[in-house]
Design a protein around this ligand. Sequence first.
Ligand code: GUN
Length: 282
Amino acid sequence: MAKIIDGKKIAAEVLTGVAKEVKALKDKGITPCLAVIIVGDNPASQVYVRNKKKDCELVGIRSLEYALPTETKQDELIGLVKQLNDDKNVHGILCQSPIPKHLDEKEVINTINPEKDVDAFHPVNVGHIMIGDCRFLPCTPAGVMEMLRHEGISAEGKSCVVIGRSNIVGKPMSILLLADNGTVTICHSRTKNLAEITKKADILVSAAGMRNLVTADMIKEGAVVIDVSMNKNDDGKLCGDVDYAEVEKVAGYITPVPGGVGPMTRAMLMKNTVTAVKNQTK
Ligand code: GUN
């Protein structure tokens, strides 16, 4: 039976550390502040934004929420980002994705001051990640690396397989595993013989967004299996990509959904906000 990597517990430890750093900054007269923009009424995004607000309250970060209507125009959204860029009391800015289709998300990301880009989505920060000179680590991949570190698992010399090639998870996840000296393979929807590749993985990270994609016969005995996805099963319950009940019998380590990577992503955003403050007040 695999050891369960408890994301909730590890995230709580990260948040305790962040809260201490926030207190130290407040003692110096600096109140960290995160501004979150949400456009439209996507229910999942509303939950994510509400959770970010709760996390801020928990660690003592001031949070600002800008809930804009679906009909918001591009120049209004860009104007808000520029106003937040110019506000010295705002240290972190993020625009919850997705935004309505008539808006240009790329321009929004490109407008956020890279020093305040706590998602690490701006091309300047993506470039920093590529060359191993990071200011901000993207929250989900950083959360996964923190979980591995916590369990004493290094990627060095290991076969690492990432399923998914999104800009938010798959691509930066691969780069962070590579930076930790793993031998990394990226699989995606056009990959042939997925099982053949995953079967060789010492560390498997699945971020495909497809439930039951990863079955026990695809896993090497004793492998570390990290499930990033948040899907819904037929009963509307949250589940990942991994057939948890069967894979846990073969794997050495496994992350549950919920209670795995999700809480880590949230915790890393708080950590990035403190990093932003430190960089801006140096
Ligand atoms: N939507 C889903 N995940 C994310 C994230 O990490 N950041 C932002 N801004 N939007 C998201």
